[in-house]
Design a protein around this ligand. Structure first.
Ligand code: BEZ
Length: 219
């Protein structure tokens, strides 16, 4: 199984979707894109995840991020399921395409398979994979959950904010960082460089080692 991972270019697969056939690179264009997989249509956890994605579509759009779902059934089944998703999410529309992958070929190419998950008939189940892809078509972040654990879509939004912040500035975001909170100056930046890069200043937290690596700033 190919092991698509951070920094890899997403393969330019031709995919069949609820919005027609296209190649992944054409869909991504120059934009940030989130590709996220689901084990199958008409399953409870997937319905809640897609419902939240539908409800959050505007939040992703505000960040310049396109959404592209994937589920291991065909287009007709997806279209039937979408009616349930929209009812579940109280009318939020599924405006993004969902890839049809009934033969589980695309999930193998995108490294979204859970080798340990099997359905009642012993068939392999896909995982809940998610890749955040940049306009350069490279994977910037991936998460991989088993089919039995639903993802936190607020966390997906939060990591997009972190990725976009750290792409612009030589900073990193601390544990559970949220937009508006201080960020940390990257360890590769010297104090001299930091004074130039962050004219508003930065604060160094004192620690027993006396090493000055916990440096906070606002950008
Ligand atoms: C679900 O979406 O609820 C689900 C799908 C496959 C396995 C377990 C749960």
């Amino acid at each position: 199984m190919p092991g698509l991972t951070l920094g890899d270019t997403i393969p330019n697969l031709e995919v069949e979707t609820t919005h027609g056939k296209f190649k992944l690179h054409d869909f991504i264009g120059q934009d940030w894109t989130i590709i996220f997989s689901h084990p199958g249509d008409f399953t409870p956890v997937c319905t809640t995840e897609l419902g939240k994605m539908a409800a959050y579509t505007n939040k992703f759009q505000e960040r310049g991020v396109k959404l592209l779902g994937l589920s291991c059934d065909d287009v007709q089944t997806h279209n039937d399921w979408i009616k349930d998703i929209e009812a579940y999410s109280r009318g939020s529309k599924v405006e993004f395409p969902i890839i049809a992958d009934p033969d589980m070929e695309v999930i193998k190419e995108l490294n979204m398979v859970d080798p340990d998950e099997k359905d009642l008939n012993g068939n392999q189940l896909p995982s809940r994979g998610l890749h955040v892809v940049g306009g350069d078509k490279k994977v910037k972040l991936s998460i991989l959950y088993p089919a039995t654990t639903g993802r936190n879509i607020d966390e997906v939004l939060r990591v997009v904010d972190s990725l976009q912040k750290t792409e612009k500035h030589k900073v990193a975001t601390p544990e559970n960082w949220k937009p508006g909170e201080p960020v940390m100056i990257a360890p590769t930046v010297s104090n001299e460089e930091a004074k130039e890069l962050f004219p508003g200043g930065f604060e160094t937290k004192e620690v027993p080692s006396s090493k000055d690596y916990l440096r906070y700033t606002a950008v």
